[in-house]
Design a protein around this ligand. Sequence first.
Ligand SMILES: Nc1ncnc2c1ncn2[C@@H]1O[C@H](COP(=O)(O)OP(=O)(O)OP(=O)(O)O)[C@@H](O)[C@H]1O
Length: 504
Amino acid sequence: MQLELRGITKRFGALTANDHIDLVVAPGEIHCLLGENGAGKSTLMNVLYGLYQADDGEILLDGIVQHFEGPGDAMRSGIGMVHQHFMLIPVFTVAENVMLGHEQTSFGGRLDLDAARKRVREISDRFGFSVDPDAIVGDLPVGVQQRVEIIKALSRDAKVLVFDEPTAVLTPQETDELMTIMRQLRDEGTSIVFITHKLREVREVADRITVIRLGKVVGEAAPTASNSELAALMVGRAVELVVQKDVARPGAPALVVENLDVIDANGLKVVNDVSFAVHEGEILAIAGVQGNGQTELTEAIMGLQPRVNGRVSLGGQALTGLSVRRVLDAGVGFVPEDRTEDGLVAEMTIAENLMLDRSHGAPFVARGSLRRDHLDDFAEDKKKEFDIRAQSVSTPAGRLSGGNQQKVVLAREMSRDLKLLIAAQPTRGIDVGSIEFVHKRMVETRDAGIPVIVVSTELDEVVALADRIAVMYRGSIVGIVPGDTPRDVLGLMMAGERPAEVAA
Ligand SMILES: Nc1ncnc2c1ncn2[C@@H]1O[C@H](COP(=O)(O)OP(=O)(O)OP(=O)(O)O)[C@@H](O)[C@H]1O
């Protein structure tokens, strides 16, 4: 089915998020939508999916003008959306989830689990998804849950599929599998809109590329364009894709972790006897496939894990057993991997979010009352420095685009009086221009003598930043290797091989 958007305009108060956007997506085409944070990509897709009503413009399917009052109308007309935060019910089976997405009239006039099961199996077989209709969704890896979302859309006969940053939460292998699935869907005639900030993915699957900036289409790029060409088109200037940095001059060990175990709610040891040190003026990257204990390790350092054995100290001062508040007060900046869950309060303004977790509100509180002018000045500075795209510092954080929300968390955590910075997936969802800035800031932090831990599942990021790399596998560190270790060696270590075995 051919999708055409004509002159779509969407305003939020004084802000024009989409300004007369034209876009044509042909059947059997993967059309990438590129643009910096806040450019208006998700807004455009929400208009297409009936979540927002356009102020102006038309949506046409095979040349016929559509009127979508809500997602139900869009779905009935053949539009499917694969969300980044899944809309699945974890305690239900795959078939039950797929069935739930249907109206009462589907599957022969009643809710019929057998029919849903059969449909899941058919679609799964057709695309080689290997999804078991009776599996409980919550037990499935993220990549498979995403396939359930795709099956759900296809079971409703979606002819146009929108993927809004689908790879942000996937492992590299799951990403490769998703790329294969997208190609298969395309070859069967599905029209695909694909939003991503990862240029490698764009170059791998795109048939056509449209770039939007500040709500307007600024041009098309050929799929053969280089990463730097794509980056420049998106951001409107040349971007340094890999940050330049001098050799580290590490000082004394600052953060020392000894024999750390973390036991989870089910009594499983998810971090197993981990020991390492991070020196002043050094970036240690913790690499690994998502779910190998990295999250629990950083949470244990922060005082966020209840059952921990072993010792953690910073500059000789014990952190073990301290509350999160006290760890933050000791000068630890922490960028959590899930900004919406742990990083921000959506209802609070940008300025308020920037002062969260500051001990006693200092320096914004004087004699018990908030110095709003100080806070606003500080917030204005950070907004400029971190290029947070928003109407004002009084905008609620929940109204920001995903990438701009991430920048608020980064701005807050990197602006503390740091003794240690721990950043998990720091550049998730942010555009290439902002990645350049954040990476530079991390190197500057290091050069100021501060120890930095970067947890990342992105090898590009690990290799760009790390002075040393600790690779985690099943709760243990399989090895700590130099920052210039070849990627294939890192890949093998991420699958559990020890460096000595890899070298042999
Ligand atoms: N519900 C809303 N109310 C007010 N403003 C909004 C709302 N939704 C989005 N915006 C604003 O519209 C602009 C476009 O946001 P959008 O989410 O479409 O950007 P995006 O291109 O998807 O960015 P990202 O790459 O960061 O996800 C932003 O300035 C955002 O703050």
